[in-house]
Each structure stands twice: as structure tokens, then as C-alpha cells.
Ligand binder design. Structure first.
Ligand SMILES: NC(=[NH2+])NCCC[C@H](N)C(=O)O
Ligand SMILES: [Mn+2]
Length: 311
């Protein structure tokens, strides 16, 4: 395993205004209560918790009818773009504690700037039930957590949220895994832009290991950085009910761990979003705990390292 001990910085992003309901603002607290920091520190990493971002609404932007709560979403986007870029530039691995998925507008944009600084391409592994490739022009809901992928690929430029000359992510370097809910216009957009989609059928037919080998080989061959964006609804609601947009038929506990273990072996992961956790809807912290367990697998925990629990 390449360079196993990392400098990890936790960045809380208690944004819920990108989704259609309340609750995700409690996500960072739930992840902390589920011991994300000590779990990573126990694996030998240096962990710093930068606390929660609390940006003021971006009052320079007008309301937009296809983009609900634009001023707040834009404020988090700007704050995260800066915070994530700063951590990566200092040689650290940012983990963003969400917060709804609109936060990836900022986190991925910050990593795209870092990748451009170091002259390496940025790849994104999007683990989600949804493609999140809407824009204010195509959205059926106006909810901005359905738009981050289009935004960081430069396909949802409707207001001056970030610098318009910022580096975009090439949609062909976005791998979406677990997809099972895509809107009609969104489907056309992802096909047109060449986003790589592995939906649940592909997972069932081909197997997760095969899909991950393929993705990892592509990133390695390009000497890329890999940002992982993990939405709770990637998982089947049976294992992770604490999310506002559950879709039946999601990834299993083992499939999700396999992804994390395979990624860990590559040493390619530069940054991670943990998003859409809604503790208000969770079942006794179950979903928060699963996110912490998956993060542990991504950063080096091995099943065989753990004491066996019988009964
Ligand atoms: N990150 C999420 N949970 N996204 C859900 C998006 C749902 C729907 N496609 C929309 O745009 O409104
Ligand atoms: Mn999502």
C-alpha cells in the first residue's frame, strides 16, 4: 500500500438547503458522534478536525427560480472550494462531513483546482443512487443537490458562484456507480457528455470487483487524483435508512466495503465527501456508523485486523 499514513482534515459542511427537506445539517455532528476522528486516528493517521463551516449567504447573487436557496448553496460552495483546496495544497486529505450533496459543487471544484496546480487529471467516483447532473434548466425539483456533477463539469453555469475560469472536471473522468434514479432530461445530458455510468444492473451483471478494477486501471494509467463522493443513498435503504431520498435496490454492505478496500490498496484517493446523512431519519445511528465503517475501510482497516465477534 502506497504511503499508508495520511494527514486527514475533517471539514464539517452542515448544509441542508440543497435538498428538499431539513435534517442534513445534523450530519456532521452525527459523524463525529459515531467517532469518525478516533477511528481514523486508530488506523495511524494524523487527524485534524477543522470544525463546521458557517458561511454567510452569498447576497451578491439574485434568487433563481430553478435553483432553490441559491444564496446559501453558493456560500457553502465558495467556502468549501477554498477550504478543500487549502487542505490538499498543504499535502492533506480533506474529508467533508455533509451536509447534502450540493456540497460537492465546492469540494470537487476545490480538488479540480488542486489537480490543475499539480498537473494531474482529476477523476471522480460518484457513489450514488442519482446522477445529480441536473441544472436549473432541467431540474424537476429546483433542489441543488441534484446538480453538483453538472456544476463541476461546467454544464450548469447560470450564476457567478465561482470563478468562471476555474478548471472543470471532464465528464468522461466521472464514474458513477450505483445509479438507479435518473430524470428524463438528466439521462440525455449524461449520455451527451459521456459520463461513465455503472447502474445497478451493470453491478448485478458484471460484479462490483470487475467494475472497480476497470475504474482503478483508468485512473492509474492517467496518474490521476481520485475524489470519492459517497451519498448515503448509494447503499440499500435496509442498511442505511438515514437519508431523505432512499431508492430501493441499492448496493450491499459488502459491495460498498469492497469498493473501499480496493481503493485503499491503490493509494489513489485524494479526498472524500460523506453526504446526505439525515440523522433525523436514521435508525439509532445506523447510517452514521456505516459511513464511519466504510471510511475506515477506505483508510486501511482490514477485516482480519479486527477481533472476531461471535454471537
Ligand atoms: N443528491 C441527491 N440525493 N440527489 C437527488 C436528486 C433527485 C432529483 N434527480 C432532483 O434533481 O431533484
Ligand atoms: Mn447524490
Amino acid at each position: 500500500m502506497a504511503d499508508p499514513k495520511k494527514k486527514i482534515t475533517l471539514i464539517g459542511a452542515p448544509i441542508e438547503e440543497g435538498s428538499g427537506r431539513r435534517g442534513c445539517a445534523m450530519g456532521p455532528a452525527a459523524l463525529r458522534i459515531a467517532c469518525l476522528d478516533t477511528t481514523l486516528a486508530d488506523l495511524g493517521h494524523t487527524v485534524t478536525d477543522d470544525g463546521d463551516l458557517k458561511p454567510l449567504p452569498a447576497r451578491d447573487l439574485p434568487n433563481h427560480k430553478g435553483a432553490n436557496n441559491l444564496q446559501i448553496v453558493a456560500a457553502f460552495t465558495r467556502a468549501l472550494d477554498t477550504a478543500v483546496h487549502d487542505v490538499a495544497r498543504a499535502g492533506g486529505v480533506p474529508i467533508i462531513l455533509g451536509g447534502d450533496h450540493a456540497l460537492a459543487m465546492g469540494s470537487v471544484s476545490g480538488m479540480a483546482r488542486h489537480a490543475a496546480d499539480v498537473g494531474r487529471p482529476l477523476f471522480v467516483l460518484w457513489l450514488d443512487a442519482h446522477a445529480d447532473f441536473n441544472s436549473p434548466a432541467t431540474t424537476p425539483s429546483g433542489n441543488m443537490h441534484g446538480m453538483p456533477v453538472a456544476f463541476f463539469c461546467g454544464e450548469a453555469e447560470f450564476a457567478p458562484i465561482l470563478d468562471k475560469d476555474r478548471p472543470f472536471v471532464d465528464p468522461k473522468k466521472v464514474f458513477q456507480v450505483g445509479i438507479r434514479s435518473v430524470d428524463e432530461r438528466e439521462r440525455e445530458e449524461i449520455a451527451k457528455h459521456g459520463v461513465n455510468v455503472f447502474d445497478m444492473r451493470a453491478i448485478d451483471e458484471t460484479g462490483m470487483a470487475h467494475i472497480m478494477h476497470e475504474i482503478i486501471a483508468t485512473v492509474k494509467a492517467a496518474n490521476g487524483l481520485l475524489h470519492v463522493s459517497l451519498d448515503v443513498d448509494f447503499l440499500d435503504p435496509e442498511f442505511a435508512p438515514g437519508v431523505g431520498t432512499t431508492v430501493p435496490g441499492g448496493a450491499t454492505f459488502r459491495e460498498a466495503h469492497l469498493i473501499m478496500e480496493m481503493l485503499c490498496d491503490t493509494g489513489l484517493v485524494s479526498s472524500l465527501d460523506l453526504v446526505e446523512l439525515n440523522p433525523f431519519l436514521d435508525d439509532r445511528g445506523k447510517s452514521a456508523r456505516i459511513l464511519v465503517e466504510l471510511t475506515a475501510s477506505l483508510f486501511g482497516r482490514r477485516i482480519l485486523d479486527r477481533p472476531t465477534r461471535s454471537a
